[in-house]
Design a protein around this ligand. Structure first.
Ligand SMILES: [Zn+2]
Length: 459
């Protein structure tokens, strides 16, 4: 029996134990020697003059391009005939071809570098592709160190302080009737709250538990935390705690949402950027300005519409060089920041839209959670689109890679869907030749017309 099935049939106290055991197991690939070494490095790096940081970035870049060429069959083939000795700076990257998501998916096996211990990362992304990449354990620890360094700068010490996380983990089995939508991961002092059960009916229970647990930080899905904050404000509820900070992930922040969170929780919100494929980091400083973290990689502006290409130094498992990640950024090359950080400033990031689907009970399931429905189908989905016009029904259109897609994947998708949407929302899967694009030429992973349909029926 799969672990999830054992978990689903266990009583809640045992689910808490399983969550903690998983937490300790995860810690082995997150908080080891490389983690602590990199945290110390970043503390030092922060004090360097800009020139020294840029020189470090340049040296890392040269080293990383050579590494990919020597160790990844995909890059070796891609760079055949190119004089790699001429790549000496970020500007020289233009001599190398761009790698887009479909190239990476179609060539993932020859791209991955094997031979060192690794952590798998599954990603859906905005085109609804299923992609599995590897991180070396060292790189994974460095990424964790970067995230924790970012939080420590505004006063939150990971592993020492309590945090409440709103994520996409399946902690509440389908069919559970008890109003307990959280589980405790003692390994990280982390209360995990389900992002799949945030309905008007349930939110009071979430607030009660937050008041009992008194988290020192909140993190996870921006839209989920906003839903809870909106409920607290509407019902004029009192909070018995004030967190140090809120760290949303995975979604583009809105001005209104950020203001709502800061008003309701009485602390600042700090945004971060770094995808599950392993993009370099852009993080907000204590003064809430986004800075590129030069130690983590290179961002290059690309094309007319403000897109960026990323080259990431923590991707030795699945190298990303000039990778077209699909996000857009506006840089502010001449600005300086009051915080004292001399690294380049990013004015705005536009990535994932705040699209969502409904469950039959009315909870909103955000785009990140929706794309995760496909994440365990290794690289088999080229494109997908979720359609919904009624809360009780969702239709999934799939463009698959026939060489990789297996019939049993349909059952896996249904199972993932059931864990996120519950028993009473129905999913219909249709494999199609091609999913039509929008008139604008853009692709949308989620088309939810429930509210439009309801408006039409009312008027
Ligand atoms: Zn700053």
């Amino acid at each position: 029996m799969a672990l999830q099935a054992v978990y689903d049939r266990s009583p809640i106290f045992f689910q808490n134990i399983m969550t903690t055991v998983k937490g300790y197991k995860n810690a082995q690939t997150r908080y080891g020697k490389a983690y602590y070494a990199y945290r110390a490095f970043l503390k030092d790096f922060d004090t360097w003059p800009l020139e020294k940081k840029l020189e470090y970035q340049r040296a890392e870049l040269v080293r990383f391009v050579r590494y990919a060429n020597e160790n990844s069959a995909f890059y070796r083939e891609l760079y055949a005939g190119i004089d790699l000795d001429s790549i000496r700076s970020a500007e020289d990257l233009q001599k190398l071809p761009v790698v887009d998501k479909e190239m990476l998916r179609a060539n993932i096996d020859s791209c991955i570098v094997r031979g060192t211990p690794y952590v798998e990362s599954h990603t859906g992304g905005t085109t609804g592709k299923s992609l599995t990449v590897h991180f070396t354990v060292d790189d994974y620890m460095k990424r964790m160190a970067s995230l924790d360094h970012f939080k420590a700068k505004v006063g939150f010490e990971h592993l020492k302080m309590r945090r409440a996380t709103f994520n996409g983990k399946h902690i509440v089995p389908p069919g559970q009737t008890k109003k307990v939508f959280w589980r405790y991961n003692r390994a990280c002092k982390q209360m995990i709250f389900s992002s799949f059960h945030i309905t008007e009916e349930n939110m009071g229970y979430y607030v009660e538990e937050l008041n009992r647990f008194k988290p020192q930080a909140l993190d996870g899905f921006f839209s989920s935390i906003c839903d809870i904050a909106g409920y607290i404000e509407r019902h004029n509820l009192k909070l018995d705690f004030t967190p140090v900070a809120i760290f949303p992930t995975s979604e583009t922040l809105t001005q209104e949402g950020r203001a709502l969170l800061e008003r309701v929780f009485g602390c600042k919100v700090f945004d971060q950027y770094g995808s599950s494929e392993g993009a370099p980091f852009v993080m907000e400083c204590p003064d809430q300005v986004l800075h590129v973290w030069l130690d983590s990689g290179v961002f290059e502006p690309f094309g007319e519409e403000g897109e960026v290409l990323v080259t990431s130094f923590t991707t030795h498992g699945t190298p990303l060089i000039r990778y077209r990640i699909g996000d857009r950024m506006t840089f502010d090359p001449n600005a300086s920041c009051t915080c004292g950080d001399n690294q380049p400033i990013v004015r705005s990031i536009e990535g994932r839209r705040l699209d969502f689907l409904y469950t039959a009970k009315g909870a909103k399931i955000n785009g990140g959670n929706v794309s995760n429905i496909l994440k365990n189908l290794p690289n088999a989905v080229v494109r997908s689109q979720f359609l919904q016009s009624k809360k009780e029904e969702v239709t999934l259109l799939l463009e698959v890679d026939p060489a990789l897609y297996k019939p049993e994947y349909n059952d896996q998708i249904q199972e993932e869907f059931r864990h996120k949407f519950g028993e009473d929302t129905k999913l219909t899967i249709r494999c199609v030749e091609e999913i039509p694009r929008e008139k604008s030429g853009k692709f949308r992973m989620i088309k939810n017309t429930v509210d439009e349909t309801a408006d039409r029926q009312q008027s």
